[in-house]
Design a protein around this ligand. Structure first.
Ligand code: F6P
Length: 349
């Protein structure tokens, strides 16, 4: 398809932080819309902010953006490079922000789309303060970016974790065991809450709700006494445990075995949750956010993050987003509904 008009703008795209399903759909959304709708040229940077520092990029033409909608990971590569922190992956004589600005100038960029999570939005905001034309796109399986109702990657991860919990159910039933499933989420329990509810977990432990070991023990004993053949516990990796040496999942499994005398096993889902093809809903969200980013650039509305708000895609100033995190409110309606069907959150029986 030929581009409609040539507006002469040149934009960069990078993907920073941990990867997740839907990033390529977002790159495609930004890129195709930028090229085809707005007549821009698009340059993709390798490995997050590292590519900007090292001036490692390639032009993305329409062909590069075809066939990537359903692809997991990121065609650009990602890194956790934080250019405003001195202890990044690489050290340079010149400061990294200066090198970034140099690359931006050398390439005669008008804008830079930063696809990432909380850390990326913080860096993006600082680069906007330095005078670059920045647009942020929120992605992460953790769903903890402030200012958007949902990040892409989350829906896919919920699906993967829920399917795993379904599978755990059948083996738990066969062996009459307590099964603990640890899902990702260092600070926020969105993934544990949603996958736990979707998978019918009996107990869900999230960082936002302080659990009480006695409550866990009493709940498990009550289930055993009631003749329940097995119990499924979903634990967010960021749930606080006394010893850092063990994972949260292992700690809870040991606690459960000790309390009941039953066998308990833990399964840590790990990076499986971040890999593979995005769900249809993530493909749609990433496409909407990406195309909207190109529109914001065409209107020169910089220093913004594209966000999902009550079903619409809107812009929110990066200044409002940077440095914040969206945790699960303890009075979230899903928690209340789950409690009403006897799902336990480890805080009260
Ligand atoms: O992307 C967010 C996240 O998936 C967290 O839930 C997880 O703890 C973290 O990334 C781990 O990522 P990495 O090992 O790549 O730093």
């Amino acid at each position: 398809m030929a581009m409609r008009k040539k507006n002469g703008m040149r934009i960069g795209v990078l993907t920073a932080g941990g990867d997740c399903p839907g990033i390529n759909a977002a790159i495609r959304g930004v890129g195709k819309s930028a090229i085809l709708e707005h007549g821009m040229r698009v340059f993709g940077f390798s490995s997050g902010f590292l590519g900007l520092i090292e001036s490692d990029y390639r032009e993305l033409v329409e062909d590069d953006l075809s066939g990537i909608l359903t692809l997991g990971g990121t065609i650009l590569g990602a890194s956790r490079e934080k250019p405003f922190e001195s202890s990044g992956i690489t050290e340079y004589i010149r400061s990294k922000p200066e090198q970034i600005k140099q690359t931006y100038r050398d390439l005669r960029l008008d804008a830079l789309v930063c696809i990432g999570g909380n850390g990326t939005m913080k860096t993006a905001c600082k680069l906007a303060d330095e005078g670059l034309g920045i647009i942020g796109l929120p992605k992460t399986i953790d769903n903890d970016v402030w200012g958007t109702d949902q990040t892409f990657g989350f829906d896919s991860a919920v699906g993967i974790a829920a399917e795993a919990i379904d599978r755990i159910h059948t083996t738990a039933n066969s062996h009459r065991r307590i099964m603990v499933v640890e899902v990702m989420g260092h600070h926020a329990g969105w993934l544990a809450l949603y996958s736990g509810v979707a998978g019918g977990g009996d107990m869900i432990l999230i960082p936002e709700i302080k659990y009480n070991e006695e409550v866990i023990e009493e709940y498990l004993k009550r289930r055993t006494a009631a003749g329940k053949p097995y119990t499924i516990i979903i634990v967010a990796e960021g749930v606080k445990i006394p010893k850092l040496k063990s994972s949260a999942g292992r700690y809870v499994a040991r606690l459960a075995a000790k309390a009941t005398g039953l066998e308990a096993r833990e399964t840590i889902l790990g990076y499986i949750q971040r890999g593979g093809s995005p769900s249809p809903m993530d493909r749609i969200l990433a496409t909407r956010l990406g195309a909207y980013a190109a529109e914001l650039i065409s209107k020169k509305q910089f220093g913004q993050m594209a966000a999902l708000k009550n079903g619409s895609i809107e812009a929110i100033p990066l200044k409002e987003v940077a440095g914040k995190i969206k945790l699960v409110p303890v009075d979230h309606s899903l928690i209340a509904r789950a409690r009403s069907i006897d799902t336990n959150f480890g805080d009260k029986v």
